[in-house]
Design a protein around this ligand. Structure first.
Ligand code: UDP
Length: 256
């Protein structure tokens, strides 16, 4: 977030450097159940971001001193792979990934019915394969689809998106250049059914009116992401089970 408003990121017709309008999302693709060996998984593309989430559990929580006798804990590990960014990312956790893991874990703990699974841990692994700003939102969006794919009861799915300010204008879903040289970046996530916001961060500055408008823009975009999340689960469960039912019944060989 450089806050350098001299760099022109929006032209005179209100078009951004990637061809979008200020209130337009990047193309989004979501697929559920992409990994065979995880209990649940999802793959998300938002523009050039490519993110994979895998869920294991609920399983007995180790080490035992971390167990909660009243509910499950949701442990999230967000990781950026070395080749996911332009300059090679040093492998292993850093302050940023620890922070992102914590905020995603708190958002997930709020929606999962953790009281159903005392003493257990639900482990969520988020791997960023390619990054172009908004990876925490893509990761959270993927994580909630992966939790649903694992059959873990939740209040709702959790769509997430970033809003912000670039060249003095409020914009939706910042790309890398806008994130680097813009004036504000506000990642947010919500529970669409209740309208509750489960993640809200802010880097940079917005006036009160800009903030209110940005949040309303983000809420509308979350509703769009939510439909794509539900579609991914429908494709995985409704369409696949219908296809299975339509399989021709194999007739045993008469001559055998
Ligand atoms: N980034 C990078 N190297 C890093 C961390 C971030 O190149 O070590 C890039 C990456 O494209 C990321 C963007 O900077 O998506 C914005 O990072 P930020 O911390 O704002 O998180 P994000 O927007 O991805 O949630």
């Amino acid at each position: 977030m450089g806050g350098n408003s001299n760099i022109k990121l929006i032209d005179d017709n209100g078009i951004r450097i990637d061809g979008r309008k200020v209130d337009e999302l990047r193309p989004i693709k979501i697929e559920a159940g992409v990994l065979k060996n995880a209990d649940g998984s999802a793959y998300v593309e938002i523009g050039k971001n490519k993110v994979l989430a895998a869920v294991y559990g609920p399983r007995e929580c180790h080490p035992r001193h971390m167990q909660n006798p009243a509910k499950a804990i949701v442990q999230v590990k967000y990781n950026m792979i070395s080749f996911s960014v332009d300059d090679r990312k040093r492998p292993g956790p850093d302050r940023r990934s620890v922070e992102i893991s914590k905020i995603i874990s708190e958002a997930m703990e709020y929606v999962v019915f953790t009281e159903n699974y005392p003493r257990t841990s639900i482990d969520v692994f988020i791997e960023v394969l390619q990054a172009n700003a908004g990876t925490r939102c893509a990761g959270l969006t993927a994580a909630s689809v992966a939790l649903a794919d694992a059959g873990i009861p939740m209040k709702d799915l959790v769509p997430a998106i970033a809003v912000g300010k670039v060249n003095d204008q409020v914009v939706l879903d910042l790309n890398k250049e806008e994130d680097n040289y813009g004036q504000a970046d506000v990642p947010m996530a919500m529970i669409p059914r209740t309208g509750e916001v489960v993640l809200l961060q802010m880097d940079g500055h917005l006036t009160y009116d800009e903030f209110k408008y940005a949040i309303s823009l983000g809420k509308k975009a979350c509703a769009e992401v939510y439909e794509i999340q539900k579609d991914a689960l429908r494709r995985r469960y409704v369409v696949e089970s219908e296809a299975e039912q339509e399989q021709p019944v194999s007739v045993p060989d008469q001559e055998a």
